[in-house]
Ligand binder design. Structure first.
Ligand code: 1CP
Length: 360
């Protein structure tokens, strides 16, 4: 990697002129920006080498290690943005809720949330204290990076699903049982989680993150009416209040084809991430004009031969049609079995072929 482009004492750059930030704002720029959700992690041998020496929690809690792991995909792939290495449950873990990230499983909660009195366990987040290690990582990164840093947080519904289910889930039946069965407690839980999410994202931006992504990964498990009634108001409040900070806001969830219009409604997000199950042209139709789109190569395509990858990358670029407000990404995270060389070629192809304004 090239040497850091600013000295340690220089103020962080805002990267307002970068292709990524400009695309998020729908402003003209030279070429289609690209980054990958879950670009750091097990697909990279250099990540696995660090994980052989340290647990996931140790990496996240040690700013030098978390910053190094964040930089690895930027060096390897030449992506247009970095995403902070942390997890969506890190803020609630920092509140002492007994959350553990178990290898091969994901977040597991010792005593899941099951009753109204559990709300008392969720005190307000004080980021400068509770997330000092995360903010120190952000400080290190904004000095080192020559591309924008994306801060992120889990949206209230997705974080709630881990707290209530006690771990990853397929049906979200306990989460939905609380949602339908005790609306008052549900909304109070969502309000508190929204406050925590907002505090975490605001602090990341205050420390120099150039954009934020709100991951409502599991919102696609909801009926659209329920999403609008029980979830959207809380996510929208987070996004709307972040608006005052002036950085682009990306809103993403898996299998959210039927929710895209709602996720974009109200203009609280600047960009909506499109899951890989939705043809991008259809995703574009569902997200109102004036709001950007991010996505959406099917991640598993990268496990097949290059010819197939190349064709599908070109399909995504063609569907985006040279729009100024398209950010190229996968339609969900990098699969651990992916060959990093393939992702590197995807970046080269997008940079080489993805000209903005070609078709307008
Ligand atoms: O090394 C390991 O064994 C840990 C695997 C791992 C990694 C690399 C976990 C546990 N989290 C992370 C990092 C992470 N998580 C990042 C930063 C890395 C990057 O993007 O480059 C980010 C943005 C996340 C966000 C995250 N964590 C989401 C939203 C993104 C998505 O994939 O939808 C979710 C749902 C989680 C929960 C989580 N943490 C870890 C796992 C394996 C999971 C998913 C568990 C499940 O299926 O429910």
């Amino acid at each position: 990697m090239s040497a850091p482009d600013v000295s340690v004492d220089a103020p962080p750059r805002t990267h307002d002129d970068s292709p990524f930030v400009r695309a998020c704002r729908g402003l003209p720029h030279e070429r289609v920006p690209v980054w990958f959700m879950r670009q750091a992690g097990r697909a990279l041998a250099e990540y696995r080498a660090i994980r052989e020496q340290h647990t996931f929690e140790q990496v996240v809690h040690t700013p030098e290690l978390a910053a190094e792991v964040t930089l690895q995909p930027v060096r390897r792939y030449g992506v247009d943005a970095a995403i902070l290495f942390s997890d969506i449950v890190t803020p609630v873990q920092a509140l002492g809720l007994g959350v553990e990230i178990r290898p091969g499983v994901g977040p597991v909660v010792e005593q899941p949330f099951r009753q109204p009195s559990d709300l008392d366990r969720l005190r307000p987040l004080e980021p400068e204290h509770d997330l000092a290690f995360v903010l120190e990582t952000v400080d290190l990164l904004v000095r080192e990076l020559s591309v924008p840093l994306i801060g992120f947080a889990g949206a209230p519904f997705t974080v709630a699903s881990y707290l209530i289910e006690g771990g990853p889930s397929k049906s979200y039946s306990r989460t939905k049982a609380l949602m339908y069965g005790d609306e008052a407690t549900w909304h109070r839980l969502m309000e508190r989680l929204a406050d925590i999410t907002l505090a975490s994202l605001s602090a990341q931006v205050a420390h120099g993150a150039s954009a934020v992504q709100l991951f409502d990964s599991w919102a696609g498990a909801l009926h659209p009416d329920d999403y609008v009634t029980y979830v959207l108001p809380h996510s929208r409040r987070v996004l709307a209040e972040l608006g005052a900070l002036g950085v682009p806001r990306i809103h993403f969830g898996v299998a959210t084809g039927e929710l895209l219009g709602a996720m974009a409604a109200g203009g609280a997000a600047d960009v909506v991430g499109i899951d890989w199950r939705v043809p991008l042209a259809e995703g574009r139709r569902r997200v109102p004009t004036g709001i950007g789109i991010q996505g959406n190569l099917e991640p598993a395509v990268c496990l097949g031969p290059w010819e197939g990858v190349e064709r599908r990358v070109r399909d995504v670029l063609a569907a985006a049609d040279g729009a100024v407000d398209h950010v190229f990404n996968l339609g969900h995270g990098v699969l651990p079995a992916t060959d990093p060389a393939v992702l590197q070629r995807v970046v080269e192809l997008v940079h080489g072929e993805g000209r903005v304004g070609d078709h307008r």
